[in-house]
Design a protein around this ligand. Structure first.
Ligand code: AHG
Ligand code: MN
Ligand code: MN
Ligand code: MN
Length: 340
């Protein structure tokens, strides 16, 4: 396709023509995209590449790490530490932040990532992904000893300057926003380049498809139970239409379906661990996905407020997630507010 636009050209236009991003942020996003390409090569090897199965280690979340969790984390660290655009990184797979070593130039951006999302699907050959979020280091620290700390990362999602995910599925697709809508780039493996295959993506405001782990039903709060019961009642019920259900257990794959054809995704609070607001992590799952969904005309709340307005207090804090087609998210949120 002669008018095919590569990721590089898209980012140069965002920098030069639209003035939305700096050269350093453009470079950072190119590096992250290259790291995702490398991760996709490992993913595609499967059993041929000794990347399946458990790494026999546990992460800060208390999850047993898969080999690919660790591999993907290392790829992202190594790709990003020496480029000069980052001050530090944070990952689902690391207890504390990773400050760019003094031997490398430090930048002004902070990168957070879930290096491998949907780990329970790695060994069964179902789509998985990488999620990332970029913030700017806000306060210029004076103390030279600690140039950057976890505190710098604790910014609400509305401060993100870039967010995206890469889904390793039948196609390898990078989905990105820098605040100018959502663009999708499909990896052309013959050339090794990311090619623009969708721009200004829009999520339909209505849907007949919900995504939730139904096995947790008995643990849900009343508003979630009310919403799902109404969906299950179909056209004879109060919604007057039949619904379909999908649950891939890879947030990246479920969100990509919603970005492509609409739907509502929910991982709500449940009473098994009442002090935990939910399973998903705010900084590197809910915030990047929340911004992408909003940039595509959808909505993302924790049941009571916009996810991007949640003020973080801990790096790995969890949050209840309801995101996707705007009218459905607003309905579920309304049910929560009515119940309060
Ligand atoms: P991760 O593999 O990065 O730990 O994330 C898994 C998350 C998310 O991708 C998915 O939506 C959810 O866990 C699935 O949870 P259940 O296995 O409880 O359905
Ligand atoms: Mn995990
Ligand atoms: Mn995840
Ligand atoms: Mn993960």
């Amino acid at each position: 396709m002669s008018n095919s636009i590569s990721l590089t050209r898209y980012l140069v236009e965002q920098q030069r023509t639209k003035g939305r991003i700096t050269p350093e942020l453009r470079l950072l996003l190119e590096v992250v995209a290259r790291a995702c390409k490398r991760i996709s090569i490992s993913v595609n090897k499967g059993a041929l590449g000794d990347i399946l199965g458990s790494a026999d280690s546990e992460n800060v979340q208390g999850e047993v790490q898969k080999k690919l969790d660790v591999i993907a984390n290392e790829v992202l660290i190594e790709a990003n530490e020496w480029g000069g655009h980052l001050a530090a990184m944070a990952s689902e797979e690391m207890d504390t932040i990773y400050v760019v070593p003094n031997r490398f130039p430090q930048g002004e951006y902070l990168l957070m990532f879930d290096p491998l999302d949907g780990s329970s699907n790695i060994d069964v050959n179902v789509s998985i992904g990488t999620i990332f979020s970029v913030l700017k280091k806000q306060n210029d620290r004076t103390d030279a000893i600690e140039p950057v700390s976890e505190q710098d990362f604790l910014q609400p999602g509305n401060q993100q300057v870039a967010a995206g995910y890469c889904v390793y599925g039948p196609q390898t697709t990078l989905v990105l926003t820098v605040g100018d809508g959502v663009a999708m780039f499909t990896l052309d493996r013959e050339q090794g380049s990311w090619m623009l295959t969708a721009d200004q993506v829009r999520i339909p405001e209505d849907t007949k498809e919900f995504a939730i782990n139904m096995s947790n039903m008995r643990h849900w709060d009343a508003p979630v139970r009310r919403y799902i019961d109404e969906c299950l009642a179909g056209k004879e019920g109060p919604r007057g239409k039949d619904f379909n259900m999908r649950w891939i257990a890879s947030m990246v794959a479920d969100v990509h379906r919603i970005m492509t054809r609409g739907g509502v995704f929910m991982y709500p609070w449940d009473k098994r661990e009442p002090d935990k607001p939910g399973k998903l992590r705010l900084m590197y799952e809910a915030n990047p996905m929340g911004w992408l969904v909003e940039q595509a005309g959808g909505a993302a709340t924790n049941g009571r407020q916009r996810i991007l307005d949640v003020e973080p207090t801990k790096l790995h804090q969890r949050v209840s997630v309801i995101l996707g087609s705007r009218n459905e998210v607003e309905r579920v949120t309304q049910y929560h507010l009515e119940a309060d």
